[in-house]
Design a protein around this ligand. Sequence first.
Ligand code: ATP
Ligand code: MG
Length: 656
Amino acid sequence: MTQDVNEFMESLKISESLKDQLRKKEYAVENLRRISRYAVIDKNIYYNMCLSITDLEDCYVSEIVDLIEEKIVINENMLNKCIELAQRRKCGEKKGALADYVRSVSFDDHKLKEAAEQFDNLKELMSHVSKDDEMVFYDPKRVIAVLKGLNVKSKKIERKGILNEGKLRYLHKAGENPQISEEILQEHLKRTNGEIITRFPPEPNGYLHIGHAKAMYLDFNFGNRCILRYDDTNPANEMAEYYESILDDVRWLGYVPWKITSASDYFDELINFAKQMIKNGSAYVCHLSTEEIKAQVQSPYRDRSPEVNTALFEEMICGKWKEGTAILRLKMDMESKNMLMHDLIAYRIIEKDHLKADKKYHVYPSYDYTHCINDSLEDITHSFCSREFFSRRASYYWLLDNLRVYKPVQWEFSRLNISNTVLSKRKLNALIHKKIVIGWDDPRLFTLRGLRRRGVPPQAINAFVEKIGITFNDSIVDVRLFENIVRDFLKDRQIVNVIYDPTEMEIEGQGVILIDGDDFRQENTEGFLRLTYGQPVGLVNKCAVELINIDNGLLKVRQTDKTFKSRIHWLQKDLQNVKIKVRELSHLFKSFNPEEKDFLEDVDPDSMLIVDGLCESRIMDVKVGDVVQFFRKGWYCRDEDENGFMMFNKTVGMKK
Ligand code: ATP
Ligand code: MG
C-alpha cells in the first residue's frame, strides 16, 4: 500500500480496527480516494461507507463509487440503499428488491423522461427517483444519457423559503405548460432555453405601495429572469412621473429587472393580432354603449363580415370615429357562465396621445386583450397576478389559443391588505386630492415612498412580505406585525436624547437640568410611574430625585435614596441643544378595516401631530434619510428641513 493511501486513511479519522480491515481491501481504499476527489459526500458518509464496505466485495464497492462519482448517489440515504442492495446481491438474493429493480429497468426511456421533466436538475431528480425506484442504482449511465438527451438544466433555482411552500411548490416547470401544439412549446423552449421567466406589470398610474412589494417578492424571486413591464395601455391615467418613480422604487427594494419593457412597446404587434382576429372572424367592431354592454345584450353588430370589420377598425385606428362611438370586441361566448367570456372589449378609442408610443394610434388595447399577448410575446412562464384576475383566466387562454401563440400560465395570489390603512391607488389618489395627506410620500401611507420617508428600511419590507407568505386567501394583516419587523431592523441605530415640552428641574445643591414635560405630573394619576409629589423618579446616569415644590414652572427636587418606579432621561441646560420638529405619526385610519365603511370618514385627524423637540447637539450629524432612536420614544427618520428646523418623522414607537 502506498504512503498516499495511508495518508488518506488518516484523514478519514476512523478507528484503528476499521483501518486494519480497510488495509486488507486495497481497492476499497482506492475507491474511497476517488470519492474524495469529487467531494460530493461529506465525512460522515465516508465513515458510514467505510464501516459498511468492509464486508462488501470490491466489485460492488467500485460500482457504488461509480455512482458517487457520477453524482447519482448524493446523500447518506441513497448510499445506504446502495450498500443494502449490494449486500443482497452478494447473498445471492436476486428476488425482492432486485426483482423489482429488474422490472423497473423495463421502464422505457419515456417513463424516465417523464420523471426528468418534473425536475430542474439532476440532483433533485435523482433524490426523487431513488425514493421509490431502485433503477438508478443500477444503470446510472443510461439515466444520464437520457437526461443529457433531454438537455435537463443543472442550474437550480434556489428559491427562498416561502416560495417553496404551499401551492407554489407544485407550479409547473418550464416547458410543462400545455400548448395547443408541441411545436409552439418547442419554439418557446428554444427562445427561453428552459428558463423560468416572470414579469412585474405595474400600471404607471400611481406610486407603488407595499402590496406591490408582495407581488415583486414573488415575481422577482421565483424564476431566473423577471421583466419590469409597464402596463401602459390607458394614456388617460398615465404620467411620466410614475414611470420614473416605479423604477426607482423597484431598485430601492433591491430588485434588478432583467429587462424593462412597456405594453406600449407592442402596440404594433397588438394591432396586427387584432386585424388577424378580425380576418378569422373572431373580432368585430361594435357600437353599443357602455350601459348596453353591461346589460349583457348580444351585440347586433356581431355578425358583420371580416371585410366590413377590417374597414371599420382601420377607421377607428386613424381617428375617424369619436371616443365612445366604436369599440373592437372579441367574438367569444355570450352563453358562457363566465361573464368575462362575453365578447370582451379589445380596443377602445381614447382621444389622448400616448406618452411613449412613437406611432399615433387613436385606439388603445384593453387590459384583457393586452396582458395575455404581452405575456406570450415575452415568453413568460408564470404570470402571477392578484386573485381578482382569477375569472379572467378563461379569456386569457381563449385569446392566446385563438391566436395560436405560446400560452403562459396565469396563477393568482391574494392581495396584501394591512390594517388601519388603504392601499389601492384609487383610494390613495382620493386622500391626496382631498389633501388629507401631504402627497404620495406622506409618511403615514404605505406607499414605498411614504415608507421610505418614514425611515422604514427596504429590507424590513421584504422581510415582512416574506413573513406573511404568498397565499390564496384574502386577509388583513395587523399593522403591528409590520411594526415589529421594522423594529428588528432598527435595533442597532444610534440613540439620542430628545425631550418635548422642555421643563426645568433644579436639583438641590447641584443645578438645573431639563426633562420632558410629559415625565412629570402635578397630580398623580393611576398608572403614572414618573415624577410627582410623593413619587420619586430615577434620572438616567444620575441620581434619584423627589419633588419638593414647583416654583413658577421650575421643578424643585432633591436627591433621594428612596426607591423609584421608573427612570427618565434629561438634557443639560445647554446653549448647544438643538431645537427640532418632529412628526409624531400614528395610524392614518382609526378602524382595523377602514374599507368596511366610507374610508374617508375613518381618517384619524390626530394621526400626524407636529411637535417641538429639544435634542443634544449630536443630532446635527444625522443626515436626511437616516434613522436614529430617540431614547424612550422610538425611532425617527430625518426628513428635509422645514422653516430652518431639522424635521423628523416617527418610523415606529418603542415596543410596549
Ligand atoms: P391598485 O388597486 O393599487 O391600483 P393594481 O392591481 O391596479 O392595484 P397595478 O399597478 O396594476 O396595480 O399592479 C401591478 C401588480 O401588482 C399586479 O400584478 C397586481 O396584481 C399587484 N398588486 C397590486 N396591488 C397589490 C396588493 N395589494 N397585494 C399584492 N399584489 C398587488
Ligand atoms: Mg390597475
